[in-house]
Design a protein around this ligand. Structure first.
Ligand SMILES: [Zn+2]
Length: 172
């Protein structure tokens, strides 16, 4: 299996918050990444990762989407202190326009009692540029999350190892 871009460091842009800074970056993909298991896993240990900025979310989520040939949406579900509860695939691209439907995205969030989440989906083309649809869907998901008390912190669009943060683009 071909692996590109394994050199260099994972974080290539300055750290910041959800709402400031450059809108994207890239992640160094390791050959044996967690993406081998496409379903879910629960990170162990009492010191769980605090997902407080897009770079952290990208390190967690981009490998889950690496080398996928179909659109897939994954989520990092977080507790009230934005510590990682679980990563799960919440939607897989289909032709019937249900990709990233709110009921799919938030079902798991409610099951794990998440207070917040970060989404990421891939563009199999490798181009991480968000589409108009991506922005519209994200606004809908943010509103849905507000209603049920699960805050959408960010939505990363991933192309290859590049990603763009819609929160930093000020999409909602
Ligand atoms: Zn997209």
């Amino acid at each position: 299996m071909g692996v590109t871009g394994t050199t260099g460091t994972a974080a290539v842009i300055a750290a910041g918050t959800w709402s400031a800074g450059t809108p994207g970056g890239q992640v160094a993909l390791l050959p044996a990444c967690r993406a081998c298991d496409p379903t879910t896993y629960v990170p162990g240990g009492p010191e769980r990762t605090v997902v407080d900025r897009p770079e952290v979310a990208a390190d967690l989520l981009v490998p889950e989407l690496a080398r996928r040939d179909r659109e897939r949406c994954v989520a990092a579900f977080l507790d009230t202190k934005h510590r990682l509860l679980r990563i799960a695939t919440v939607s897989i691209g289909s032709i019937d326009h249900t990709f990233m439907a709110p009921r799919e995205v938030f079902r798991e969030a409610l099951l794990v009692n998440a207070s917040a989440l970060v989404l990421a989906h891939n563009h199999p083309s490798g181009d991480a540029t968000p589409s108009g649809d991506d922005e519209a869907v994200t606004r809908r998901l943010a509103r849905a999350g507000e209603l049920i008390g699960v805050e959408l912190l960010d939505h990363l669009v991933v192309g290859g190892r590049h990603w763009v943060s819609l929160a930093r683009r000020g999409v909602w």
